[in-house]
Design a protein around this ligand. Structure first.
Ligand SMILES: Nc1ncnc2c1ncn2[C@@H]1O[C@H](COP(=O)(O)OP(=O)(O)OP(=O)(O)O)[C@@H](O)[C@H]1O
Length: 467
């Protein structure tokens, strides 16, 4: 091994099996050792290289740029990137000094072709994923824009006209309506027709989370704000909505403690992340929605009056479907087309079937109608849906439908009792509070209490005054 006789054979064995190329030159730049990996990477023969001066090999073109020459010249570690036979090599030269003179130059050569390919591939995969994500988002926006908001009845036409006027402003909107009446659809419509439409629309269901979780989801938290908090902290949804719209769904479910913080956000557009003392400012439009009677909640002391008046600048009331039967015809037609298109059908619906749909009370509102229409189209193997098919599909809900086929067998009291039982059960599902139940049924608290007991029904009320 020439000038390397001072290195033990054991060490040379390590060099020989190294995957990296290793070259050692002396202080004059004469190659004294080259390992098999370097021969392979540089496509050279050690018998031709060892004993030769690096600068001669550079002149001969064996090495395009000799790292040995460069290291000797610069007297410090040098790194170069070179291409050889389709390979990409990173070559590093390290001078080893003795009495301030360079005694040896140690050269390490690493093939980074695969590494770079993996990096390039992963960048390409990332770019493709990004592209698809963008396309998906665009598609979603277009789909959303396409999804119409059907408003056939006079009441809903008025609401639509109001929304058109207020959408381009930043005015606060409070949407009230039972579950499934279209609060989400209306909030998204306002955003899509606002000046913020290119910015995010962020929805949070305030009823789905505990107070602590809701606060950290909304306002985010700083690192280590609580046990289990991420070490980096987390941005909240309020910040995610910056520039766009924040849709606070089920606002009536926000606990009193958090209502003060929401008031501050609505009034001054400022908030404080959990665990922080610094206020942050955002530019957001707020739309809130509820299926609770907030006025009643104020009386009960469970909703702040100041927050209610702040939110309720423009109230949008969405009546239940049973109170706007005119819309039903348009909605039936809309869902018929929608699901025909989705499943590639050309099904029709007979007038008697429409009239049967109109008889139904729709406690689940438009969401229920949408589900029923989809089921009808999918499960009925006929070109035209008839009244019997509607009976079958709605009847699948068991006791939700009053069976009339054997009414003639019953006395008045029995038939009426069945109806009353069904009616009260439905109303309990629809009404959120006992006050609302009393108001909608027109029954006094004591009568309600008696009748509910008679049928073994329980109001799922959250108010204190049980009837
Ligand atoms: N005016 C409408 N035109 C067409 N489809 C509608 C309309 N309103 C609601 N829908 C449809 O009805 C379903 C329920 O609507 P949405 O989720 O907006 O109701 P919601 O009042 O927000 O319900 P919840 O209170 O349960 O969240 C959705 O599938 C929606 O697409």
């Amino acid at each position: 091994m020439g000038g390397l006789s001072w290195i033990s054979d054991e060490w040379i064995k390590f060099f020989e099996v190294s995957y990296d190329g290793i070259i050692i030159a002396d202080g004059e730049g004469r190659i004294v050792y080259i390992n098999p990996a370097s021969e392979r990477l540089e496509e050279v023969d050690k018998d031709y290289i060892v004993g030769r001066l690096a600068r001669d090999l550079e002149e001969e073109g064996i090495y395009e740029v000799s790292v040995t020459v460069k290291t000797l010249r610069e007297r410090k570690p040098v790194s170069l990137m070179q291409y050889k036979g389709g390979k990409q090599l990173v070559i590093t030269g390290i001078p080893i000094f003795e009495d301030e003179e360079i005694k040896w130059v140690y050269i390490n050569e690493r093939d980074v072709t695969e590494l770079n390919k993996i990096k390039r591939d992963s960048e390409e995969v990332k770019a493709i994923a990004e592209k698809y994500k963008r396309q998906l988002e665009e598609l979603q926006v277009r789909e959303e824009a396409k999804s119409e908001m059907i408003a056939g009845s006079k009441a809903m036409e008025k609401t639509a006209a109001l929304l058109e006027r207020i959408a381009p402003t930043d005015i606060l909107v409070l949407i009230e309506g039972e579950s499934g009446t279209g609060k989400d659809v209306h909030a998204r419509w306002i955003h899509r027709h606002s000046l913020r439409k290119e910015k995010p629309f962020v929805k949070i269901d305030c009823g789905a989370l505990s107070e602590t979780l809701l606060e950290s989801e909304l306002f985010g938290y700083t690192k280590g704000a609580f046990t289990g908090a991420s070490t980096t902290g987390k941005k909240g949804l309020v910040e995610a909505a910056d520039g766009g719209t924040l849709f606070l769904d089920e606002i009536g479910e926000v606990p009193l403690g958090l209502q003060v913080k929401l008031l501050r956000l609505i009034q001054d557009k400022v908030f404080v992340p959990v665990g922080s003392v610094e206020e942050k400012t955002v530019d957001i439009r707020i739309i809130a929605a509820t299926n609770r009677n907030l006025k009643e909640m104020i009386e009960e002391g469970t909703f702040r009056e100041d927050l209610y008046y702040r939110l309720n600048v423009v109230p949008v009331k969405l009546p239940p479907l049973r109170e706007r039967k005119e819309d039903l015809f348009y909605l039936i037609e809309y869902f018929l087309q929608k699901y025909n298109k989705k499943y590639g059908f050309h099904k029709k619906i007979q007038n008697k079937a429409i009239s049967r749909l109109c008889d139904y009370n729709w406690p689940g509102n438009i969401r229920e109608l949408s589900n029923v229409m989809e089921r009808l189209l999918v499960v009925v193997p006929k070109a035209a849906i008839d009244a019997g098919d509607v009976e079958t599909v709605i009847g699948c809900r068991g006791e939700e439908v009053i069976r009339t086929d054997d009414d003639e067998e019953k006395c008045y009291d029995e038939a009426f009792g069945e109806f009353e039982h069904y009616y009260l059960k439905r109303m309990i599902q629809v009404c959120k509070t006992n006050g609302e139940l009393a108001q909608k049924t027109g029954l006094s608290a004591s009568t309600l209490k008696r009748k509910l007991r008679k049928y073994g029904l329980r109001a799922k009320d959250r108010t204190k005054n049980e009837p």
